[in-house]
Each structure stands twice: as C-alpha cells, then as structure tokens.
Design a protein around this ligand. Structure first.
Ligand SMILES: NC(=O)c1ccc[n+]([C@@H]2O[C@H](COP(=O)([O-])OP(=O)(O)OC[C@H]3O[C@@H](n4cnc5c(N)ncnc54)[C@H](O)[C@@H]3O)[C@@H](O)[C@H]2O)c1
Length: 379
C-alpha cells in the first residue's frame, strides 16, 4: 500500500492555511477545534451537524464564522478539507460525499465500518487525487514514538512479542449517549482497538493473521452520566475480546480489549525483545511514561516521564496532514494505515464469531512506523 500522497493535488505551494469544515459537532468536536486553534497550517472556518442546535453551540463556543447545512458544508467552495467527526456508521458515506465535492478528508476512527467501504474510500481518493487521513493519531505522541525509537535503535534487540491490554468498565461512565458504542461494529474491539492496533502495527509492522475469542458479560448496560442516567440499553457486540496476532516479522502479539473489567494493574503495553523489555503506560493516549529494562539491567529505567505538554493532542494527525498537503509530501496518519488496522479489526471480529478460527490478512503496511512528526505549534 502507498503512503497516501502519490499524485495528490498540488496547487497549495505558497498558500495556506488549509481551510477546514467540521462535520459532526458532538462530544469530541470541541476538543478538536480548541486544539486546532493555535495551528498555523489549519483554519477551521465552518461547522455543520445533522442537529443544527449542536452546530450552533460549537460555532458559538469557538467563534467559528460559518454554520452551513450539512449539504452546503460538503459542497462549500471555500473549504479544502472536511473533518469528519460523525458516528462510525456514517463515516464512509460522508467521507465519500466529501471526496465527490473535491475535499480532502480527515476522519475520526474507524475509516469505515466495512472493508468494502474502506476500499472504496482509498480508490476514490486515489482516482480524484485527494488525501484521506484517519484517527487515531496517538501513535504520533511522545509515548508511542519513544517506544518506536527504542525498538528502531535496537534497545531491546529483535522484538519477539508484544502484550497490549485495554480494559475498563465501559464508556457509559463518561459518555452521556453510550449506546452506539455497544452496537454491532463498535464494542471495545472497534472503539478502542484501533488505538492499540495502530500503535502495535507502527511498532511491529504488518499483521499477517489473527485468532480471537469474544464474550459478553451483560446483555444490558446502564447509562451512568448525563440527563439520561439510569436508562438501560441492549448490548449487541462482544464486550471482552482476547486476540492472538502474528506479525509479518514472525513476532507474536496478545491484545485484550474489554468493557467488562472493574480495575486492572496490567501494564497497558509491553514489548519484549531478544535483549530487553519496554513497558508503556498506555497506547490510547499521546503520552505516558515509558520504561526500559535491557538484558543486563537490574531494574527498569524511565525513558520518558509524562504526561508532558509536548505529548501531542487529538488532531495532530490532521495538523500533519495539512502540513503534508501544503508541502506535497506523504502524511503519517493515512487512510492506508487505517485500512490495514480495519482489516485486522474485522478479522478479529470474524475470528471471535467463528470460535477462534485464524483469519489471514490481505493488506500490508509499507511504512509501518512512519517518520517522527514535527511538534505541533506551541507544544
Ligand atoms: N467521545 C470520545 O471520547 C471519542 C474519542 C475519540 C474518538 N471518538 C470518535 O469521534 C467520533 C464522534 O464521537 P462523539 O463522541 O463526538 O459522538 P457524538 O455522538 O457525541 O457526536 C456525533 C455528532 O455527529 C452528528 N451526526 C450524526 N449523523 C450525522 C450526519 N449524517 N451528518 C451530520 N452530522 C451527523 C450527531 O448529531 C452528533 O452531533 C466517533 O467516530 C468516535 O468513535 C470519540
């Protein structure tokens, strides 16, 4: 797979910033718009939502000049890029519509909920010479980059295995409308799995096959926060998934994603090599401490203490994409990366549904780790 830049439209040299329209003004939109405000390569000029009340609230909170309808935002001649922050089920449809209007796109994860739709996005972007970037961008943060740098410079010898665990009691603790996170195509695997698999593939390279088992602890969950606290809703997806991964290098991985765990002391990410071990606090955030213990060491040494202001932030993948568009160079958080991660996620879900049958991948990552990103402005 390519790096998402081949033959992309030029015409940006000496021009800027990239003019962004936000599509979907829900929970995460405010964080994105606040983070992007200080970035010179990006200018957020408009926002739209199927619910105009939400669009007006976001525009008012951040003094955004324009609040078009969803159709008008997609067709807006004064926008270069659509930031797609809608729910996963409409990501592909809206990304494809934005591409049809000659807009670059940066979408929240996942790229799409089906591989066929994700393939359509890659093909359309390539044919129309447009860029598509996708979250998560946490692999560009200081914590995951520190791990990648340690692996690259041989601090643990040859990587042999990786263990990753994302286990908590579920998003109903903080999300006022958590139902969509328990529907088919969501759950801990598709909601948080993309963070972990994006980091794991950036560190270890392409996955060649996976096997998994899934379980659902409770058929119903309860909304715990917001105006609808106390209401119940059905669970339509496994809420605990254990996965075994094989990487193209021959290294093996274990990934646990769960919304059924009250508390854990499991390290979130461990990478074991022939000459040492790295322990990282987490793989679904931009920072966090990284510990290293070489074969001859008697204890772990902290390589990065965090979180730090320079750790990165939600949207740094979009900032890198804007810089890449302006400089006509490859981006880092590409749709090709998102496609491979989605293929792995889909294969894990298929395997869990089939009782653990191993499922092979068809896609590979040409540039697993990517380059070190330049620091965002002011960080
Ligand atoms: N909530 C989080 O902590 C979080 C963190 C990281 C990533 N994400 C991802 O970000 C995305 C958005 O999450 P959220 O929590 O902000 O969701 P949300 O439900 O709070 O917001 C989504 C918004 O999209 C709007 N919308 C729905 N369909 C639309 C359509 N067809 N056209 C235009 N607008 C439409 C909704 O009205 C809503 O305002 C999701 O893909 C999610 O996976 C969320």
């Amino acid at each position: 797979m390519g790096d998402g830049s081949a033959g992309s439209r030029g015409g940006y040299a000496g021009r800027g910033p990239v003019r962004v329209g936000v599509l979907g003004c829900g929970n995460v939109s405010s964080r994105y718009v606040a983070n992007l405000a200080g970035q010179p390569e990006v200018d957020v000029v408009a926002c739209a939502d199927a619910d105009p009340v939400r669009a007006r609230a976001l525009a008012a909170a951040h003094a955004l000049p324009e609040i078009p309808s969803v159709d008008d935002l997609l067709a807006h001649p004064g926008l270069d890029l659509v930031l797609n922050l809608t729910p996963p089920r409409v990501h592909a449809e809206l990304t494809l519509r934005a591409l049809a209007y000659d807009k670059h796109v940066y979408t929240e994860k996942p790229l799409a909920t089906s591989l066929a739709d994700a393939r359509r996005i890659l093909d359309t972007a390539r044919a129309r010479k447009l860029r598509v970037g996708t979250a998560p961008d946490t692999f560009l943060g200081t914590g995951p980059r520190t791990c990648a740098d340690l692996v690259t410079r041989g601090a643990i010898g040859t990587p042999v295995s990786v263990n990753a665990a994302m286990m908590n009691a579920g998003p109903e603790r903080f999300h006022p409308e958590p139902e969509f996170l328990y529907q088919e195509g969501a759950g801990p695997l598709f909601d948080i799995g993309p963070y972990y698999l994006t980091v794991l593939t950036a560190l270890m390279g392409s996955v060649v096959r996976v096997g998994a088992l899934g379980a659902t602890a409770r058929p119903e969950r309860v909304v715990l926060t917001g105006p609808r606290a106390g209401s119940t809703f059905p669970v339509q997806t496994p809420t605990h998934v254990n996965t075994v991964l094989e990487f193209a290098t021959g290294a093996l991985g274990m990934l646990v994603t769960s919304f059924d765990v009250t508390a854990t002391r499991t390290p979130h990410l461990e990478i074991h090599g022939t000459g040492g071990t790295i322990v990282a606090a987490q793989a679904n955030s931009w920072g966090g401490p990284v510990l290293l213990r070489g074969a001859g060491d008697t204890d772990f040494t902290e390589v990065v203490s965090g979180p730090q202001a320079s750790d990165g932030f939600m949207g740094m993948g979009l900032v890198d994409l804007a810089r890449a568009i302006l400089a006509d160079r490859p981006a880092l958080a590409t749709a090709e990366r998102g496609f491979h991660v989605l293929e792995v996620l889909t294969a894990i879900a298929d395997s869990a549904r089939d009782g653990g049958r191993f499922v092979p991948m068809t896609s590979t990552l040409e540039d697993p780790g990517g380059r070190q990103p330049a620091a965002p402005a002011g960080r």
